[in-house]
Design a protein around this ligand. Structure first.
Ligand code: TGC
Ligand code: FAD
Length: 407
């Protein structure tokens, strides 16, 4: 599909309402960013205002994944920003990556899902565990959006506990035979490739690249979602699928291999969710000044001011956590529990803010005229995927006490 072509219906429906978003920066965190960071943020913010926010309510309402966004994300550098330029990536640091995720999720969590799966969960494992041939074959096309990928870890019976997975492959001499199924996979119905985690005959987890068109591979779509409606989700089904031996990622095996990818994606979510929170706060602040009740703007009432003050406080705290975590990511020092704390805090903060902002909008808050209800529904998925809210608490509990309470 051509990059500049909008899906039929989308152009006609284009919401004429202007995106007036202004970013809250109460503690002047911009002072901590470089010129390059500010430039990247500004270009992605402009992209979101042009390519996402005018259409997003329509896409979400119609449960439509705008496939044309894939090439556009490639053009704006949203795929694999931290992957070196020689493989088509941006060669940027983790704060740039965080800012890109923040701006995209300010537009919509489902759109950020598309970008973070491609970058952190497809490009990252191919870059980190793939051989040179695999990197050259897939990474430049994934970076440009010529190819869309997905990441298959979760199974119908193994979500929070991926180490129990049943998907397996057998060595058949000249190929591997893959059997099993993955569930709840973002991008699956439209993906050209899937990075699939499966056990070998010894029960060791490995990553394999499965390509659309391979016999025995199907990707049925998951319907009926009330969340992430502009993102497509599906299953991955492997029925005696012959995988060429050169498609196994040789660099790392064991549960740690997919989990390391999740560290990168969870970090992006920590920034992304605060983007959604910033959008809700900004909408609520604006509405509080415009909406008149009892002959005054509702923003003049103390209870509304309390909501706004608490939103800004929580956003500011999370922005500082994200920035510091980004510094530690850049230095290769960030730990899984530190990432868990940020992901968990940002998503819960964003959900609370979406709900409070919805209340400030009164009845209007439940409509697609304003973004809060969509963000709120999206954030319910974000609270669950990449490790649920409670799993991240247990990761922190394990870190504090040294006692894993998972089992
Ligand atoms: P446990 O015994 O703790 O660990 C097993 C091995 O894995 C290693 N490991 C990690 N390595 C690197 N980074 C991490 N974050 C790691 N977490 C664990 C660990 O060191 C160990 O290695 P080794 O070499 O000693 O064997 O594992 P467990 O079975 O007790 O489970 C621990 C638990 C519950 C924390 C973990 O499995 C977990 O986080 N569960 C949540 C599952 C999850 O996050 N799934 C996400 C699926 S992908 C997704 O949701 C994408 S949505 C994307 C979108 O649309 O944006
Ligand atoms: P379960 O693991 O069954 O958990 C159910 C409840 O039990 C949760 O509240 C959980 O916190 C709690 N629980 C579980 N274990 C414990 C415990 N030990 N102690 C206390 N409480 C516990 N997966 C992928 O691999 N790739 C993707 O691209 C992907 N995209 C997704 C997109 C969407 C829209 C959604 C909703 C999910 C996606 N997932 C993906 C799957 C996601 O990672 C899982 O849903 C998540 O890890 C939770 O697994 P589960 O749904 O099976 O819940």
């Amino acid at each position: 599909m051509s990059v500049n072509t909008l899906t039929p219906g989308t152009q006609a429906i284009k919401n004429q309402k202007q995106d007036l978003f202004e970013s809250p920066d109460f503690y002047e965190i911009d002072d901590l960013l470089t010129e390059e960071h500010l430039l990247i943020r500004s270009s992605v913010r402009d992209f979101v205002k042009k390519e996402i926010t005018p259409y997003i309510e329509h896409w979400a309402e119609n449960n439509h994944f705008p496939y044309e966004i894939v090439r556009k994300f490639g053009e704006v550098g949203a795929f694999g920003p931290t992957i070196p330029a020689e493989y088509g990536g941006g060669g940027l640091d983790y704060i740039s990556y965080g800012l890109i995720m923040q701006e995209i999720e300010r537009g919509d969590s489902g759109m950020r899902s598309t970008a973070s799966v491609q970058g952190s969960l497809v490009m990252y494992p191919i870059y980190s565990y793939g051989n040179e041939e695999q990197k050259m074959k897939y990474l430049p096309k994934l970076a440009s959006g010529e190819m869309l990928g997905c990441f298959g870890l979760t199974e119908p019976d193994f979500g929070s506990n991926p180490s129990g997975m049943k998907t397996n492959f057998k060595d058949m001499g000249d190929h591997y035979l893959l059997n099993g199924a993955k569930m709840w996979i973002s991008n699956a119905p439209k993906a050209d490739i899937a990075v699939v985690w499966a056990k070998n005959e010894e029960g060791r987890i490995h990553g394999l690249v499965v390509e659309r068109g391979m016999e025995g591979f199907s990707t049925p779509e998951t319907h009926g979602k009330w969340s992430l409606r502009a993102s497509c989700t599906g299953e991955l089904v492997f029925d005696n699928l012959k995988v060429p031996k050169e498609n196994l990622l040789p660099g790392k095996s064991g549960l740690g291999a997919p989990m390391k990818c999740l560290d990168s994606a969870r970090y992006g979510i920590a920034w992304g969710a605060i983007g959604a929170a910033m959008d809700c706060y900004d909408a609520a602040r604006r509405y509080a000044l415009e909406r008149i009740q009892f002959d005054k703007p509702i923003g003049s009432f103390q209870l509304i001011q309390k909501k706004l003050a608490e939103m800004l406080t929580e956003i500011t705290k999370a922005q500082l956590v994200n920035w510091k975590l980004g510094k530690m990511m850049n230095e290769g020092k960030a730990t899984t529990p530190q990432i868990s704390m940020a992901k968990r805090n940002s998503v819960a903060t964003a959900l609370d803010i979406a709900r409070e902002a919805r209340q400030i909008h009164g009845g209007m808050g439940i409509t697609g005229e304003y973004p809060m209800m969509r963000h709120m529904m999206n954030l319910e998925s974000v609270l669950t995927y990449e490790g649920t809210h409670d799993i991240h608490l247990l990761i922190l509990g394990n870190h504090i006490t040294g006692i894993p309470a998972f089992k």
